[in-house]
Design a protein around this ligand. Structure first.
Ligand code: TXA
Ligand code: MG
Length: 330
C-alpha cells in the first residue's frame, strides 16, 4: 500500500480523508500537539489496523478524539465535575480526560479497560475532519501519535511519512504542530484527579482552575503504563523503564549547561561524534521544536546527542518528561 498525501487546506482532500476513514482505512491527521494515526473509533477492524501499523501492543489503549464536550459526555458513564471543569476550561486544546467508558466505546480502543481517554483537539483541519466523521455516524477518531511504537512523535506530515510510509493509507497535511508535545492526561475517575502525563496544558494551570472550584489535583508523571494500568511504570526501576519518544542515536540529558559541556568534551575526547540538541530560551519554542530537533540530530548519524533539561515549570515539565523518557535505557 502506498501512502497518499492529502492537503488539509483543500476541501476535496479533507473529504477524501473522511471517505477513507468511513471505509475503515487509517489516516494520519494533524493536531495542535502531534500528528495522530486515526481510525474510526466505531470500527474495531480499523482500530486494529492502527495497532498493527504502529507495532503497538493491543493492550496499550488509544485516545478518542471528538468534536465537542457534548460528544465526550456521551462516551462516559461517570462524567465528574472535575471532568466538566477541565473540558470547559481547556477544550478544545492539548488536554485529555480519563473517564469511565460507556458501552458506545469498544474495548478494542481501550485495550480492554473500562476507562477511556477523551480529547477535543484544537487544530482547524482536525476540527473540520471530526465534524464530518461525526456526520457520518462515527463516535470519533481513535488516534495514538503517528509514529512507530516507542519512537519520536511526528510534528509534521513528512515525519509521519518517514516513519509509516506504506503502512498507512494516507496523511492529511495540516502543517507543523504548534504545541509540539502530547496532551496532558488527567485521570478524572479518582478523587482528587491525577495528572498521568504532563503535556501541552501546564499542571499549574490545571491546579489553578481546580482550586477556584475547591478541587485539587495530584501529579504523578510517568504512571501512564505500557498497558494502560496506572502505577506500573513507577514500580519499575528507572533503568528498566522502556525508552519512549526515543531517537535511534543515544541521548544524554543534563540539568545545567556546564554539566552538558563537560560531558560533551569528555565524549569528544574519547573520539565520539557528539551533537547538541538546540534548547531555545522560550519553553514554547523548545516544546514546539523538540521532536523535529531530535529527528534532525538523529539524521546526522552522530554517536551521541546531548540535551539540556528545562526547568519543570509550566510547559517545561512536559519537555523534561519527554527528554528523560527519550534518554532512558532501552
Ligand atoms: O496529544 C496527544 O495526546 C496525541 C494526539 C494525537 O492527540 N496522542 C497521543 O496518544 O499522545 P498516545 O497513544 O501516543 O498516548 C496516549 C497515552 C498512552 O500512554 C496510553 O497508554 C494512555 O494515553 N491511555 C490511553 N487510554 C488510556 C486508559 N484508558 N487508561 C490509561 N491510560 C490510557
Ligand atoms: Mg505516543
Amino acid at each position: 500500500m502506498s501512502t497518499l498525501i492529502l492537503d488539509g487546506s483543500n476541501d476535496a482532500d479533507v473529504a477524501e480523508a473522511v471517505g477513507l476513514l468511513a471505509a475503515g482505512r487509517i489516516v494520519a491527521v494533524p493536531t495542535e500537539t502531534v500528528y495522530g494515526l486515526a481510525a474510526d473509533a466505531s470500527n474495531d477492524d480499523a482500530v486494529r489496523r492502527v495497532f498493527e501499523a504502529k507495532g503497538r501492543p493491543t493492550n496499550h489503549p488509544l485516545i478518542v478524539h471528538v468534536a465537542d464536550v457534548e460528544r465526550a459526555r456521551k462516551l462516559s458513564t461517570d462524567w465528574t465535575s472535575a471532568a466538566e471543569i477541565l473540558a470547559q476550561s481547556f477544550w478544545p486544546g492539548p488536554l485529555s480526560i480519563l473517564t469511565r467508558r460507556s458501552s458506545g466505546v469498544s474495548g478494542v480502543v481501550t485495550g480492554g479497560l473500562d476507562t477511556v481517554v477523551l480529547r477535543v483537539p484544537d487544530h482547524p483541519v482536525m476540527r473540520r475532519l471530526l465534524a464530518l466523521v461525526h456526520d457520518q455516524g462515527s463516535i470519533g477518531l481513535a488516534a495514538p501519535s503517528a509514529n512507530r511504537f516507542g519512537a519520536v512523535s511526528p510534528t509534521t506530515a513528512s515525519h509521519v511519512v518517514a516513519d509509516l510510509n506504506g503502512r498507512i493509507d494516507a496523511v492529511l497535511d495540516g502543517g507543523p504542530c504548534s504545541v509540539g508535545v502530547e496532551s496532558t492526561i488527567v485521570d478524572c475517575t479518582s478523587e482528587p484527579a491525577v495528572i498521568l502525563r504532563p503535556g501541552g496544558v501546564a499542571v499549574e494551570d490545571i491546579a489553578a482552575v481546580f482550586s477556584e472550584h475547591g478541587l485539587s489535583v495530584e501529579f504523578s508523571p510517568g504512571v501512564v503504563a505500557e498497558n494502560g494500568n496506572r502505577g506500573i511504570e513507577q514500580a519499575i526501576a528507572p533503568g528498566m523503564l522502556r525508552s519512549h519518544y526515543a531517537p535511534n542515536t543515544r541521548l544524554q540529558v543534563f540539568e545545567t549547561p556546564s554539566a552538558l559541556t563537560e560531558a560533551r568534551h569528555a565524549a569528544q575526547s574519547r573520539g565520539l561524534r557528539v551533537v547538541e540538541l538546540p534548547h531555545p530560551e522560550s519553553v514554547y519554542e523548545y516544546s514546539r521544536d523538540l521532536y523535529a530537533s531530535l529527528r534532525a540530530c538523529d539524521d546526522l548519524g552522530a554517536d551521541l546527542i546531548v540535551g539540556l533539561l528545562p526547568r519543570a515549570v509550566g510547559l517545561g515539565a512536559a519537555v523534561r518528561d519527554r527528554l528523560l523518557k527519550a534518554a532512558a535505557e532501552r
